[in-house]
Design a protein around this ligand. Sequence first.
Ligand SMILES: Cc1cc2nc3c(=O)[nH]c(=O)nc-3n(C[C@H](O)[C@H](O)[C@H](O)COP(=O)(O)O)c2cc1C
Length: 186
Amino acid sequence: MKILAIVGSPRLEGNTNYLVDRALEEAAKLGAETEKIVISQYEVKPCLGHDNCASFKSCLQQDDTGWILNKFREADGVILATPVYYYNVSAQMKAFIDRNYFLYKHEQKYKARVVGIIIVAEEEGIEDTLHTLKQFTDEFGVAEDRIFITCGYAHRIGDARKNSHLVEEAKKLGKQMVESLKSESL
Ligand SMILES: Cc1cc2nc3c(=O)[nH]c(=O)nc-3n(C[C@H](O)[C@H](O)[C@H](O)COP(=O)(O)O)c2cc1C
């Protein structure tokens, strides 16, 4: 059972990364194979927008997105995690989302059967950000009760760590994702 987290925060020691680590730690404890990809650590360029993906064997943007998307498609569970930037996902996360258009245009499906969403804001914009991520994950066809969400408020590095409720919610998300996947085989 593989759970892959895609992280849209460029702050490696920041709040989003901290919460994702707690979720993955919990998932690993329960037997999942876990991996975290922080988008800013790789080259993930924005979509070129020619809308002609179907005519090409590979995306015209030659960067790290190809192999990241392969892992993303193959994972049993995916976590999408982002800080709120101007009432929505970060630019890194948006670039990643848009690059999924190539898969859509090639009718390549996702294996994910469970989804986790983690969002951190200083004070405002969680609803719109959640809307964006939920619209995107609709593509996966995952049942509503298999989508787990942790949202909360934190700003400076270390804020999330000090917010015990938020930390517990992130751990719960990791646990619920694994339990949901395990329940398939029952
Ligand atoms: C460019 C930028 C835009 C932001 N826009 C918002 C916003 O619209 N609403 C909000 O509540 N916080 C906003 N924030 C604050 C971040 O969401 C907050 O600091 C969050 O904890 C950052 O997560 P991180 O530590 O994982 O990087 C913004 C921060 C940055 C850098």
